[in-house]
Design a binder for this molecule. Structure first.
Ligand code: GLY
Length: 423
């Protein structure tokens, strides 16, 4: 099954069950100052959980479904391994407001809760021909009790009890996004030891001080990672061989014969992420979300250099990516603008990088103590403009480890430098 088919199956499945299909919101949140970028499907629906907005008025139903563009930066330095991504798509179904008849046979428009959400998730996964390995439920911690209801529903479905695992707050309590918002216990579906689908039962609102209060009406917020789903359904070794990346892999194959997997994956992830961010109106800058884009474009430049890919050739990668996604995400159609922003940033950084790389190779001998490494990377930063995260990536290629002590020395020097510049 292709990713295009899976997107359609998912949205059709929930549309048939009373959900209004809603387009992905922008990666740049419209009215949520608590986050820099959109990180979850529920973000555009936050105000429906708190009743500040009325789902009936806006959607004609208390149920929605979407495939949301998401961008997470927490693991940016892990990109290049088999599992991490910055940009990804999340398939989700949502319920807001008073719960009506929580029966999976109820295809109406009223709110639902745990029973329908769990039954439907189970049925949808089975309809794709996939086998669930195990599920997890919230086992209870601090002031939030064990989610016995979800546990019982899985048992009622006939799911073997020894594969319903109880987990704590760290694993099975989700949200809020940003510093406040709806949140709650989760039940999660695992296939091949990968968390595929997270069903969040938004029963609480967490305020800025971390205090939980019960929401007037509980809601449902589910999130299923598209890339992970495609990995298990297409049985590929990693997410990077799924059809989502296939057109990019093909182009890459013709552009480089370097086998550096890590750098290839950085190209796949960062190129895709940049294209989507730029299509939503973001420009690289030194501030907040603009800096996120700048960071990934710089890391992309470095990866291209390692793979010995001529910068002008990334046009082919951008084109292949847009062709793969533009039918579902029409905002990607502005190829010329996207290309221009990427080229400009990469060409600008290329000069700094070439010089910095030369100095890095001259300066770093490989036998430095932790604090010497901190000092040297600071010098590369102040004298040659080589950003720390790029130097760290270079160290990694040399097999050198950046430790806490090096970071500390770097930060101390940085602080002193700032004080001096301030006068
Ligand atoms: N909102 C559910 C998730 O991101 O997993």
């Amino acid at each position: 099954m292709t990713s295009e088919e899976v997107r359609k199956l998912f949205l059709d499945y929930f549309e048939k069950r009373g959900h209004r299909v809603v387009s992905s919101s922008s990666l740049i949140p419209l009215d949520d100052p608590s986050v820099l970028l959109t990180t979850a499907g529920m973000q555009q629906f936050k105000k429906y959980y708190t009743r500040e907005k009325d789902p009936i008025k806006d959607f004609g139903t208390q149920r929605t479904a979407s495939i949301q563009k998401c961008f997470r930066t927490t693991d940016i330095e892990e990109i290049g391994d088999e599992t991490h991504l910055t940009f990804f798509e999340m398939l989700g179904n949502f319920s807001f407001g008073p719960v009506g008849d929580d029966d999976p046979k109820n295809f109406g428009t009223d709110g639902y809760f745990k029973r329908s959400a769990i039954y439907w998730a189970y049925e949808f996964i089975k309809s794709l021909g996939l086998e669930i390995d195990y599920v997890t439920v919230f086992g209870g911690e601090k002031n939030v009790p064990f989610d016995e209801e979800s546990y019982k529903i899985w048992k009622e479905i006939g799911f073997p009890e020894d594969r319903i695992l109880k987990r704590g707050r760290e694993d099975n309590f989700w949200g809020p996004t940003g510093d406040e918002g709806p949140c709650g216990p989760t039940t999660e579906i695992y296939i091949e030891n990968i968390e595929i689908w997270n069903l969040v039962f938004n029963e609480y609102y967490q305020d800025k001080n971390g205090n939980l209060r019960k929401l007037e009406f509980p809601g449902v917020d589910t999130g299923m990672g598209m890339e992970r789903l495609m990995k298990v359904s297409q049985r590929t070794p990693t997410i990077f061989e799924t059809d989502l990346f296939e057109p990019l892999n093909k182009v890459l194959e013709n552009l480089t014969n370097k086998e550096n997997q890590r750098k290839r994956r950085i190209v796949l992830d960062h190129l895709r992420g940049s294209v989507f961010l730029i299509a939503d109106g973001l420009y690289p800058s030194n501030l907040e979300r603009g800096y996120i884009l700048r960071r990934i474009l710089r890391r992309l430049t470095l990866a291209l250099k390692f793979l010995e890919i001529d910068i002008s050739k990334i046009e082919l990668l951008i084109k292949a990516m847009i062709e793969k996604y533009a039918a579902f995400y029409p905002e990607l159609k502005n190829f010329d603008k996207i290309k221009e922003v990427i080229f400009k940033e990469i060409i600008n950084f290329e000069r700094t990088l070439s010089l910095g790389l030369k100095e890095f190779n001259r300066l770093i001998k490989g036998n430095e103590s932790d604090s010497e490494l901190g000092e040297k990377l600071f010098l590369l930063y102040t004298s040659y403009g080589l950003p720390l995260e790029i130097s760290k990536e270079l160290l990694r290629e040399e097999g050198l480890v950046w430790k806490e002590e090096s970071q500390k020395v770097f930060e101390e020097l940085f602080k002193k430098h700032q004080e001096i510049s301030k006068g």
